[in-house]
Design a protein. Sequence first.
Length: 95
Amino acid sequence: MRADYDSTANAISIALAEAEQAERADRVHERAIVALRDGRPIEVQLLYPDLGVEEPIAAVADRYGLDRGALEAAARSSLAVPDRTVVLDVLAPAA
């Protein structure tokens, strides 16, 4: 998972899949857009993350069955280092 916080645009992009081009987008929340390819999410865009990331991420995770904790970790990591790309590997929970 790759995340980037663009401080000029005040938006976070979280790439869920490598270099695929989206076919369409789904506005899941007033501050969250999901790019889709073959009906599955490949990127999440969070607008105005300075207003909080929990609510839009919860909407995305609920609609698409994504790992809310991983999305929040990616978003918070990107906020910590603006204008740089963060790469995150989030493993499955231990059994």
